[in-house]
Design a protein around this ligand. Structure first.
Ligand SMILES: Cc1cc2nc3c(=O)[nH]c(=O)nc-3n(C[C@H](O)[C@H](O)[C@H](O)COP(=O)(O)OP(=O)(O)OC[C@H]3O[C@@H](n4cnc5c(N)ncnc54)[C@H](O)[C@@H]3O)c2cc1C
Length: 472
């Protein structure tokens, strides 16, 4: 591609940076405009509580980044990225004072799950073995000719089932609870189709690549992407909010790492009425209520096994987690919310002063909620870690609007760029996917396929689409 071609990307989230790298690799001159002071969007680290305590503002656990067919091929190690693996990816404490631990090794996991060993192995095993072939299939638009049809068919057998239906295969309440926590990442009710697929797609990479965190925090992942882009000649302009796309007509391609609502605001004049109508129908999902903690000591878990995992799911049994997610989908605030907690400093002490710790915890809330969930969230932590409040040195609360203020893509606190149900998985955000009604203008955020998560594949596919159109 001639190097006098110019492209710009609006938004330096992981998808914007992925798109910029693909465009720069193709020889285009690339400028990235980022509204915030530092790049990364929901992949940033900030001193949110006390000096010396570094917190992941958004994403913290990188199974998808480590699985990403694009990111995993970039030389990010050369720019300082180091994945840190806790001995086990995930722990799920229960009221009897024990915890179910999801071990990274599938045989060890099966042994831990006792009477469900065979079922777990049969469900996950073949997908774990072929994860490197399956990941590119599931991290791309759904409607395409698959490169590995039998593998996709094998996954597809379960993909449409709800978590509730899949969990009936497990004999033990412990395995059912573990699976509920995995499936609840979907933000769907556990009775909805596709929620089961999320459970499987969270468990399989835990065995295949692990659930790593980034040494020194998520910013080190973003910094590595930025350094690689700079090496390819790309420029990033921070503290530069694009309020209108009108001023970007000098670029051959404009890729927007923003969501449909924002595109309507900044680019409305360039878009056809019909396309705008379709964008207005795009549905955002529930939000999150997040708390970052500076701690004087490690979390005093009742179940000591919890100290082996960077990620801990707090919600008790399958039925309890299902009720919590159903309440959120119905616009309610559960008394006992499902809480996702990450305790990075147990495995990466560089993020806090010596002997001190950080924790990151959030629960799901209805879209745009203004309800204060702090007590309910902390009650869930204390339920499994009595004495937790005594080790809290400081906390920083992010409500849905607080999140959106710090990253405009987190509309109403939605961290996935829009609901991922069957319709919005197939056509995300419209039937045009990455293309818009305006020539040369594309969407590349998590509101496009394959959706939320730090995998960069929305940016990758959008940039490939844009380059193919430009060649034509
Ligand atoms: C609390 C939280 C926890 C999460 N946990 C995980 C996790 O553990 N693992 C995981 O894989 N994923 C996780 N996610 C989801 C993941 O972070 C997102 O799916 C991912 O960041 C999406 O990337 P993106 O590039 O599409 O958008 P974003 O990361 O949101 O980036 C969008 C960028 O565009 C910028 N922008 C917006 N409008 C403009 C404008 N007009 N002009 C210029 N710039 C603009 C924003 O400032 C932002 O930098 C989490 C998200 C949150 C918020």
């Amino acid at each position: 591609m001639a190097s006098n071609r110019k492209a710009c990307v609006v938004g330096a989230g992981s998808n914007g940076l992925a798109a910029a790298i693909v465009l720069a690799q193709a020889g285009l001159q690339v400028d990235v405009y980022e509204a915030e002071q530092i790049p990364g969007g929901a992949t940033r680290s900030l001193e949110l509580t006390l000096p010396g305590f570094m917190h992941d503002f958004g994403s913290a656990v990188y199974a998808l980044a480590a699985s990403s067919p694009f990111f995993s091929k970039l030389p990010l190690k050369d720019y300082g990225l180091e994945w840190v693996h806790s001995p086990a990816p995930l722990a799920h404490p229960l009221d009897d004072g024990t915890a179910v631990v999801l071990e990274r090794d599938i045989e060890a996991a099966a042994a831990e799950l006792g009477s469900d060993a065979h079922t777990w192995r049969a469900l996950m095993g073949p997908l774990v073995t072929h994860w490197h072939d399956l990941a590119p299939e599931v991290l791309s638009p759904v409607l395409k000719i698959p490169s590995h049809p039998w593998l996709l068919a094998r996954f597809g057998m379960n993909a449409l089932l709800s978590a509730k239906v899949i969990s009936r295969r497990f004999k033990s309440e412990r395995t059912r609870a573990l699976f509920a926590g995995l499936a609840a990442h979907s933000f769907l009710s556990l009775e909805q189709p596709l929620s089961g697929a999320f459970g499987i797609l969270m468990a399989v990479p835990a065995h295949a690549v692990g659930w790593p965190i980034a040494r020194q925090g998520s910013q080190s992942f973003t910094n590595a992407l930025c350094a690689h882009l700079a090496k390819l000649g790309g420029n990033i302009m921070t503290s530069f909010r694009v309020d209108s796309l009108d001023g970007l007509s000098r670029y051959d391609l404009v890729l927007c790492d923003i969501t449909p609502q924002q595109l309507l605001t900044v680019g409305g004049r360039l878009l056809s009425e019909n396309y705008k109508q379709q964008l207005r129908k795009f549905r955002y999902g529930p939000g999150v209520f997040k708390v970052d903690y500076a701690l004087s000591a490690p979390i005093p878990w009742k179940a000591s096994e919890c100290a082996r995992a960077a990620t801990v799911h707090l919600g008790g049994s399958f039925d309890e987690i299902a009720a919590s997610e159903k309440a959120v989908r119905s616009g309610d605030h559960p008394e006992r919310p499902f809480v996702l907690l990450v305790q990075p400093t147990l495995f990466d002490p560089s993020r806090a002063p010596a002997g001190r710790h950080t924790a990151w915890a959030y629960c799901h809330v209805p879209h745009g909620s203004t309800f204060d969930m702090l007590r309910r969230l902390e009650d869930q932590i204390e339920r499994f870690a009595p004495g937790f409040p005594e080790i809290v040195l400081a906390r920083h609360i992010l409500s849905p609007s607080g999140l959106e203020n710090m990253d405009a893509n987190l509309v109403g606190g939605d961290i996935s760029g829009g609901v991922i149900d069957l319709r919005q998985m197939l056509f995300r955000p419209t039937r045009k996917l990455y293309s818009t009604s305006a020539p040369g203008l594309y969407l590349c955020s998590s509101s496009t396929p394959p959706g939320g998560g730090v995998h960069g594949m929305c940016g990758f596919h959008a940039a490939r689409r844009a380059l193919a159109d430009l060649k034509r």
